[in-house]
Design a protein around this ligand. Structure first.
Ligand SMILES: [Zn+2]
Ligand SMILES: [Zn+2]
Length: 110
């Protein structure tokens, strides 16, 4: 059994040719408003859909990682290693001169 074609919500005597992309109301040729991206019953629905798509887009942007692991390593790990090495050389080994550095290297290499 064939389904009766949907009728326009505002004009029960007219056959619906499309549905509002936002509220899914059946719309006749006269009621359907062609907007960018689809057919809507009213400007209100068009604005609602635009606001919704804006939100989705912003959520997508927020989900994208701003920092990659490589950038994190470059930004935090490398300076941390340099600080640890400097601390070891200057504080633990009390290196104050080139001679001290040579002594330190001799100690490290048997
Ligand atoms: Zn609508
Ligand atoms: Zn209509």
């Amino acid at each position: 059994m064939a389904q009766a074609p949907a009728r326009c919500l505002n004009h029960p005597d007219r056959t619906a040719i499309a549905r509002c992309k936002q509220c899914h109301k059946p719309l006749c040729e006269r009621c359907a408003k062609k907007m960018t991206g689809g057919i809507y019953c009213s400007d209100e629905c068009y604005q609602k859909m635009n606001a919704f798509q804006d939100r989705v887009q912003k959520l997508d942007e927020a989900r994208k990682p701003g920092l990659s692991i490589g950038k994190l390593v470059g930004r935090f790990l490398v300076p941390a290693i340099i600080i640890v090495v400097l601390y070891y050389v200057l504080v633990v080994e009390k290196v104050r001169s080139v001679g001290d550095i040579i002594d330190l290297i001799r100690k490290l290499i048997p």
